[in-house]
Design a protein around this ligand. Structure first.
Ligand code: FES
Length: 546
């Protein structure tokens, strides 16, 4: 039995298809094919939709997530679809190039490239392996400048959207761990090849990322990170010789040091890029990607913690949630009696990403579509309460009613908002946003509490991460994700972690700074932390309109 796989122009044939595999498992052996599988193939997210021919009988998960029309049309969830019963599978095209994290600005102070990097070759690469996005920066070692940047979705996404699903996949068998390592190594090899094409061999490679991503590229089991007491196999800087990780470069591959199982090298390199080890001001770093990692520098001390808060903002757990891909709704505003939205790359809407999600929540709160407990109004309730409802200053209550009246609808007996022709934002989605934002807000409170300050005493807040630097501060404040501080104290930094890795390549002293910072940081474990629990419950509420 063979399985023909198609995605856009690409066609592959699996022959034979091993017995007992699901379509998703079969696709995992084809690195060129990209499919979204946020729950890691557990039938819980409904995102791994493919078109199967002939379509096998629908599974329970198919019936739960797919419409009757989709089922009749042969659509199935790849993770519950038996590959042996299908001849052809069509995977819809997915935006593969992630929102590129921007150019690295030229550094004003010329810094020396490591002597060995300069001596052994012309090019070096700094890499940030995020759970969702992988970014590679190519440096011209002679000029000590970033000359090219490439970002893609992490191809391990097929094994799960978050670190926990990838850890559990890796634990199932040694072959799974190898598959995860192979996926990221193969992807990086390809990205490095593309960047160095027509240029020449890449010498030194410096890699940052969260602790799990570093374990996976090293081929080391992250099992200990997945369960209490959350112990990583390694946190220290690791250096591999060329060829050991098979990335196609010619010099050393350096993995930067981490602080703890959930405060990885990405936070360490971001903290170095933000000069948190040198600044006298009280600085909070908020890195929201697939996880929410926080660091606070105050009077020469660094406090860090991690919250399991990111996936909602990266698209997982939200019914129409997507990452920062073309077609993601990334802003949502009401202007008078109209809702005005934008999508990334102006493409037709494919869902909503974190920045759009926060805007939507902020507007729903301002217009009374959702109250401070997170309860969403029904269409009738909203209409009935329209005249008495307070809306944003200067606006007529009727404007809000006109704007929302066609948007308010129902989903499984609960109120929902139509965010595009085919996508809904549901009451359950509001709950997911509440859980995520409460965890981050409570984490910030814990860091401030342990440092002996209040959030109002923060001199500077650096927002970064896959989602963190794209959010609008107004919306983040309105939803209670971050403290209500004078706006000039907020700074958005595009991929601070990647910048830190670039700095390490530019100056060997920076590697020592990352080591110092990682070893001296105070890590605060939030599970079982009484003050965190207390603040978490309080932050489940949205701030009341003033
Ligand atoms: S439902 Fe298939 S990967 Fe989540």
């Amino acid at each position: 039995m063979t399985l023909e796989i198609r995605q856009a122009e690409l066609e592959r044939v699996l022959d034979p298809v091993p017995a007992g595999l699901t379509v998703l498992a079969a696709l995992s052996g084809v690195p060129e094919i990209s499919i979204s599988a946020p729950c890691g193939g557990k039938g819980r997210c409904g995102k791994c939709v493919v078109q199967a021919d002939p379509p096998p009988p629908p599974s329970e998960a198919d019936a739960r997530f797919l419409t009757p029309d989709q089922i009749v049309g042969g659509y199935r969830l790849a993770c519950t679809c038996p590959a042996a019963e299908v001849r052809t599978v069509v995977v819809s095209e997915r935006e593969e190039t992630a929102r590129v994290k921007g150019e690295i600005p030229r550094f004003t102070v010329p810094a020396a490239i490591w002597p060995r990097a300069r001596a052994e070759g012309t090019w070096a690469a700094a890499i940030d392996i995020g759970t969702t996005t992988v970014a590679v920066y190519l440096l011209d070692t002679a000029a000590a400048e970033v000359v090219a940047v490439r970002a893609e979705m992490n191809r391990q996404g097929i094994f799960g959207a978050d670190v926990i699903s990838r850890i559990s996949y890796s634990e199932e068998s040694p072959a799974h761990l190898e598959r995860l390592a192979g996926a990221i190594r193969g992807q990086l090899r390809g990205m490095l090849q593309q960047l160095s094409r027509d240029r020449g061999a890449i010498n030194t490679v410096v890699i940052t990322g969260n602790t799990t991503m570093l374990h996976l590229i090293a081929g080391v089991s992250p099992a200990g990170i997945g369960r209490a007491p959350f112990v990583a196999e390694f946190l220290e800087t690791r250096e591999y010789s060329a060829g050991e990780l098979n990335l196609g470069n010619q010099g050393a591959v350096i993995l930067l040091p981490s602080v703890a199982a959930y405060v990885g090298a990405d936070i360490v390199s971001a903290a170095v890029a933000a000069e948190m080890d040198r600044t006298a001001s009280t600085t909070l770093l908020v890195d929201i990607g697939t996880n929410g990692e926080l660091a606070l520098s105050h009077q020469g001390h660094l406090y860090t913690c991690a919250t399991a808060a990111g996936p909602a903002f990266e698209g997982a757990c939200i019914s129409a949630g997507v990452g920062g891909i073309a077609g993601a709704i990334n802003s949502w505003n009401r202007r008078g009696d109209r809702i005005v939205t934008t999508t990334i790359a102006d493409a037709p809407a494919v869902g909503i990403c974190g920045a759009g999600l926060l805007d939507l929540m902020a507007q729903m709160l301002a217009d009374g579509v959702v109250d401070e407990t997170g309860r969403m109004e029904s269409a009738e309730g909203y209409r009935d309460g329209a005249t008495s409802r307070a809306t944003s200053p200067g606006a007529s209550p009727n404007d809000a009613l006109l704007a929302w009246q066609d948007r308010l609808t129902e989903h499984r007996g609960e109120p929902a908002v139509r965010i595009s022709e085919t996508h809904l934002f549901t009451q359950q989605d509001v709950r997911e946003v509440q859980l995520a934002k409460a965890a981050i807000a409570a984490g910030i409170d814990v860091l401030c509490h342990d440092a002996g300050i209040t959030p109002r005493e923060l001199d500077q807040v650096v927002l970064t991460g896959g989602f963190g630097n794209h959010l609008r501060v107004e919306s983040a404040v309105a939803t209670g994700l971050v403290p209500d501080l004078p706006r000039e104290r907020y700074i958005s930094v595009d991929n601070a972690a990647g910048r830190g890795a670039v700095l390490v390549l530019r100056n060997e002293d920076t590697l020592e700074r990352t080591r110092q910072l990682a070893s001296q940081a105070n890590y605060i474990e939030l599970s079982g932390h009484a003050f965190f629990q207390e603040r978490y419950v309080e932050h489940m509420m949205f701030p009341e309109e003033e």
